[in-house]
Design a protein around this ligand. Sequence first.
Ligand code: ADP
Ligand code: MG
Length: 327
Amino acid sequence: MISSEFDIIRRYFSQQQSFRADVNLGIGDDAALLQPPADQMLVVTTDTLVSGVHFPENTDAVSVGYKVLAVSLSDLAAMGAEPAWMTLAITLPQSDENWLTDFARGLFSLAQEHNIQLVGGDTTRGPLSITVQAMGFVPQQQALMRSGAKAGDGIYVTGTLGDAGAGLKLIKKELSAEEAVVHELHDRLNRPTPRVAAGLALRELASAVIDISDGLSSDLGHILEASHVGADIMIEALPLSNAFRSLKLENAWQLAVSAGDDYELCFTVPAEREQSVQQQLDTKGIQWTRIGVITSQPGLRWHDKAGNELSLTNSGYDHFSQSRGSQ
Ligand code: ADP
Ligand code: MG
């Protein structure tokens, strides 16, 4: 491995990539030299994926390469940042050519889509673990944070919820479904779409934004905590994909609000800017759904359309699943 470390870097990581004018010096020296725009903030985020922890051990390498960048891009999206650069620290059990080729294919396909350049990294031997640091830019004062939600703001999400969680259950054989559904939900788990365009569109419009990595309940909870507010959510408004609905789960809503890995954005918008948001997102073809409203009363409350309040209990979402029945 040591003797082939430089080989791996040259063969798999130095070659195929987008070349940006703001990279003065990329891979190959002791460090990279980068030129951020003078009038913008540098936005930096890091995520690690450990085999067997963050993805099942048998996940195909194309998906691993794709996902490790997707989760970092999702963080940039949630800040309203435009992606620019990344570094890659990769620990490999062995130098497996097929695995590396596929990994690089997954990584660079998404990198090219977002014009993000790999500018450095580290390559070591050990249990499979991959860290990506992604960097991007946002104009001064335009970064989207968790702390700006105010009572009366609408609460929205992009895309659909629960697909990745259902995909994981299918992989673990806790669920079964027809092949097309399995395929679609696996894809949502392995190749989440980072909502970069939505993040950019929400600059100067959204009052708070977070990406849903741990489940709506938990991540919206972070907005509420940071903003010192509460929320009323209409559970029937939560967007579910046809593939997810076709599973006919008894605890569909519970899974949709608690399962992680969807990498959709959850955001809040003051009433007077809702139309602008609608226009922006519709123009860009981004699916979005209004799911509730921010309140001054703290806490996260779930309502069904009959007006019943369904509370989350310490023992989980029992209350919830009992009242909802199958969906
Ligand atoms: P040093 O020993 O000076 O830290 P390395 O031998 O670790 O340098 O790396 C040599 C060059 O290759 C550096 O520019 C480094 O950023 C880059 N590099 C190493 N591993 C990776 C990787 N997995 N992806 C991208 N660049 C890498
Ligand atoms: Mg080094």
